[in-house]
Write a protein that binds this ligand. Structure first.
Ligand code: NAD
Length: 343
């Protein structure tokens, strides 16, 4: 095969279990020969300790801007110090407007939904909606929050959902909104979805009221292919969807914008188990596979995915959160098993 030059990727280990799952993921990628050169960068709790109010120093932002690709561990959100969330800083600086979360049944991970062939993608708008955080007290005892939805924002998130569908050979895009109540804001996504998706001849399109979508995801999740939602609805339903296929320890995600792509596990810093060497690195590893495909290294991604699936299927040497007998092994032992299964 041709010798490819290494692709530089910014690695942000992050807080809590972040450095542990990052190291585990990097070990597996190295063992599989992924052509990635890591550029380590700081963000999160340590940045706040150093007095950087945004949670990420300029060098980190420069590194992501240069490389255009980052793999990120979880970042603690400081509660009640008036600092910003480092996650929000990164998302906003690079205008990463799309959050993409694949929801796929994994071999060996038993859930109440096992065996139904769940395989869909949640595409969540990531910078607008009530999460713009524009809130105030109207009068004492009456709080108001502004829900900002733009046509430009709706169009680019619908086009991203369509691009994901096309890239993965999927057939249907479900736009889920609360347009029946919020006719202007939620209604805008519904309307733009109807207009834009007409252009994609190979995709069928449906609209679903978001509360029914939550219900449908639980009673018949296998009907979904690609779903697209505004920020808060997508936040809630993507967590619900993660729960269908094994939960936080195995849920990956991508944050996509025009200037940068950042891949991360859905879970947080799990402070209760940090430093104990027992965290499950699967979610970050699956995020790294999305990253490898993003940079075009499909062969290495496939090879690691296969080794991971074999490991989960065998059911030996799994971390405590997914071990079938409840007897978990250390992160390092699970990683060794995945690496052994690469061949
Ligand atoms: P959490 O995801 O850290 O933990 C929830 C539960 O899941 C805990 O019981 C934890 O032990 C377990 N868990 C999570 N990941 C695991 C893993 N890989 N292996 C084994 N068990 C795992 O959620 P939380 O406790 O609500 O948040 C903790 C901190 O993380 C907070 O400061 C929060 O703001 C931050 N957070 C960051 C991100 C991010 O950076 N994207 C996301 C969510 C939460």
């Amino acid at each position: 095969s041709p010798v490819r030059s290494k692709v530089k990727v910014t690695a942000i280990p992050g807080d809590g279990i972040g450095p542990e799952v990052m190291r585990a993921t990097q070990q597996v990628l190295a063992a599989a020969g992924a052509q990635v050169e890591w550029e380590e960068a700081l963000a999160g709790a340590e940045a706040f300790r150093r007095g950087i109010a945004a949670g990420a120093p300029q060098e980190t932002l420069d590194s992501i801007a240069r490389n255009g690709v980052a793999l990120k561990g979880p970042l603690e959100t400081p509660v009640g110090h008036g600092e910003k969330s480092a996650n929000v800083t990164l998302r906003k600086v690079f205008e990463m407007y799309g959050n993409v979360r694949p929801v796929r049944e994994l071999p060996g991970i038993r859930t109440p939904f096992s065996g139904r062939g769940i395989d869909f993608v949640v595409v969540r708008e990531n910078v607008e909606d009530v999460y713009a955080g524009i809130e105030h007290m109207q009068t004492p005892g009456v709080a108001q929050c502004l829900k900002i939805i733009t046509e430009v924002g709706c169009e680019r998130i619908v086009r991203l959902a369509a691009a994901v569908a096309e890239a993965e050979g999927r057939k249907k895009v479900t736009v889920a909104t609360k347009a029946n109540i919020m006719k202007l804001t939620e209604g805008m996504l519904k309307r733009v979805g109807e207009q834009v998706l007409k252009e994609y001849r190979s995709l069928s399109h449906e609209h679903m009221i978001v509360d029914n979508c939550a219900h449908q995801m639980v009673i018949r999740p296998e009907q979904f292919d690609v779903t697209v939602m505004t920020n808060m609805n997508g936040d809630i339903l993507s967590d619900l969807a993660a729960g269908l296929v094994g939960g936080l320890g195995v849920a990956p995600s991508a944050n996509l914008g025009d200037q940068a792509a950042m891949f991360e596990a859905v879970h947080g810093s799990a402070p209760q188990i940090a430093g104990k060497g027992v965290a499950n690195p699967t979610a970050l590893l699956l995020s790294a596979l999305m990253m490898l495909r993003h940079i075009g290294d499909f062969a290495t991604a496939r090879r690691i995915e296969h080794a991971l699936y074999v490991t989960l299927e065998e059911g030996q040497d799994l971390t405590g959160d997914i071990a079938r007998d409840g007897e978990g092994v250390p992160t390092a032992q699970y990683v060794d098993r995945i690496i052994a299964n690469l061949d």
